[in-house]
Write a protein that binds this ligand. Sequence first.
Ligand code: E4P
Length: 217
Amino acid sequence: MKFFVDTADIEAIRELNDLGMVDGVTTNPSLIKKSGRDILEVTKEICEMVDGPVSAEVVALAAEDMITEGRKLLEIADNIAVKVPLTWDGLRACKVLTSEGYMVNVTLCFTANQAILAAKAGATFISPFIGRLDDLNIDGLDLISDIREIYDNYGYETQLLAASIRSANHMSECAKIGADVCTAPPNVIKAMANHVLTDKGLDQFVKDAQDAGIKIV
Ligand code: E4P
């Protein structure tokens, strides 16, 4: 399973990228706002640092305007994936841009039917949002399973990019289901390393090493 980092925070991306934990990056207008940076500048910096796809989202609502914005974003670097919303206009923009050989990430997916349409429109990635469904007491992981099953039934090549990930548990569950990619905030990726028994065991080992005067160098 590939790891994308869901942030526009350059230092957070750098830290994970240096560890080989970054296969790509996803951003959205809210994350760009949080960064306080100009979208074109910050996206360029991310693209220079990361080898894999970097999703940058359009803000227009009409297909023609999304395509124009998408072309502008594509000028930033070769590894840009244009992110469009799962609306009828977004699907039209997706079809045009993918037909020209560009990567498109169709975002804000909340149903299996939406995911089928994105695959038919040639999307490179489909982004179903787990956490925002969980917030409504609908199990977001069920949607990931449903899309996996449907895409496998028909051999759709669109990559299943699990998004709106809120916990380390979401990551392992998505890996079990067979998501192609998970995009998660840096704190969630780092939380995957945590376990209370690891902390407890390490405390004991440190104490015993001190008691026994163990010195290696
Ligand atoms: C995906 O590409 C989105 O940027 C993101 O995962 C949304 O997550 P949120 O629901 O936590 O805002």
